[in-house]
Design a protein around this ligand. Structure first.
Ligand SMILES: [Zn+2]
Length: 134
């Protein structure tokens, strides 16, 4: 037996490509799952304008925007229509609710699974809006 033969042993191909693929598929499954759960928790509505939505028309909104340091925790996720999602943009929830109190009122009503800090903040922002308007 020479060393050359030993070096020529072919190793099984690494399944890295496949593993990567299934990770991606798993991530997609997870995302869909999160969206369905969030959608259900929000009574299948946009939590800002209260419009009934189909799952296909619902978008996931990060209450505390990712761009301002928010996370993907379920308590930070709500279902929203595209229009409200875009209207809110990267505004903080309190800024948004101060400007659009109807959104805050609907949010308190429909965003059932959201973190209670956000609900409290929304209530405060809505009453502040009306206090300033008076
Ligand atoms: Zn909406």
């Amino acid at each position: 037996m020479s060393h050359r033969n030993v070096n020529r042993i072919t190793l099984a191909r690494s399944p890295r490509g496949l593993a990567k693929h299934s990770r991606r598929v798993l991530a997609q499954h997870h995302k869909r799952h999160v969206k369905r759960e969030t959608f259900r928790d929000c009574s299948r509505r946009c939590v800002y304008c209260s419009t009934s939505l189909g799952l296909d028309h619902a978008t996931l909104d990060h209450v505390y925007p990712l761009s301002r340091g928010g996370d993907h925790a379920p308590g930070n996720l709500v279902a929203a229509c595209l229009a409200c999602n875009q209207l809110k943009g990267s505004m903080l929830p309190t800024e948004f609710f101060m400007r659009y109190p109807w959104a805050g009122a609907n949010f308190v009503r429909y965003a059932r699974a959201v973190h209670r800090t956000f609900k409290r903040g929304a209530k405060r922002a809505v009453s502040l809006h009306y206090a300033q308007a008076a």
